[in-house]
Design a protein around this ligand. Structure first.
Ligand code: SAM
Length: 239
């Protein structure tokens, strides 16, 4: 999979050279490129923002650098939207936004199946709205929120999304079995996990886990998943 990230703070993404995603990049499973939006400016101050039309607080990201970034990252030019051949791989262009659809494990799974993702990190009060319209002619645009709160910029949201998406790409996580039983994969939270020693500071591992009875362990884990989900996230059960 190819991922391009555009940001005015590219060094935020240095962490993506570490751990599983770092290895995936080294092995070529993940072609991840981080770009500085200011490289697509042409003035001495490398300006990316300006005051909002209509007044109001804060600054808005200018459309020109974003237009050039999209031209560069979606080249060769994509066919007009109306004429787009569905079989042709068009990029999915994601703008993190508190006003977007909320990111979930299902979103991560959907995006992990795409060939090319482009993330555009907003800052200030956000990006000039025309950029989203322009981007829609060059790929599928998704505005995605990390949750119902406001961050200073899109970088942290993109880090979280890239990590959640990246670990679902085949080959990134060594044992794919470990993905199957995780929280949110089947609409439930994961069961509790324990490791050695069996007794630690007067606390025992639940005896069922030491029984060797795989059927009983699976049933216990399922019960724990349901109980936890009911207690902590009843909304996931529709309650
Ligand atoms: N004025 C915007 C609003 O009220 O919707 C908020 C702008 S925020 C200070 C700057 C940038 O941070 C946004 O353009 C977006 O890229 C990112 N951002 C902030 N909160 C986010 C969230 N919950 N999820 C994803 N991105 C977020």
């Amino acid at each position: 999979m190819r991922i391009d990230v555009v940001s005015i703070f590219p060094s935020y993404f240095d962490g993506l050279t570490l751990s599983l995603l770092g290895k995936a990049r080294d092995s070529g499973i993940l072609d991840l490129n981080v770009h500085d939006l200011r490289d697509w400016t042409h003035d001495r101050h490398r300006t990316v923002d300006d005051t909002p039309y209509g007044g109001g607080a804060g600054m808005v990201m200018k459309p020109e650098p974003w237009g050039e970034a999209l031209d560069a990252l979606t080249s060769p030019p994509v066919v007009e939207r109306a004429q787009r051949d569905e079989t042709q791989a068009t990029p999915t262009i994601i703008f993190p936004s508190p006003a977007g659809e909320v990111f979930t494990q299902a979103t991560a799974r959907d995006l992990a199946a795409r060939e090319h993702l482009i993330f555009g990190c907003g800052r200030y009060e956000g990006i000039d709205e025309r950029v989203f319209e322009y981007a829609a002619d060059r790929g599928e645009v998704r505005l995605i929120s990390l949750g119902d709160y406001v961050l200073n910029g899109g970088e942290v949201a993109v880090m979280a999304m890239v990590e959640a998406i990246g670990r679902l790409i085949p080959g990134v996580v060594g044992n794919p079995e470990s993905l199957v039983e995780e929280s949110h994969e089947d609409g439930l939270l994961e069961y509790p996990s324990y490791t050695k020693p069996a007794l630690w500071r007067d606390r025992e591992v639940p005896p069922i886990l030491l029984s060797g009875n795989h059927g009983a362990i699976a049933a216990w884990r399922r019960d724990q998943q349901l109980e936890r989900t009911r207690d902590r996230r009843p909304d996931l059960l529709g309650g």
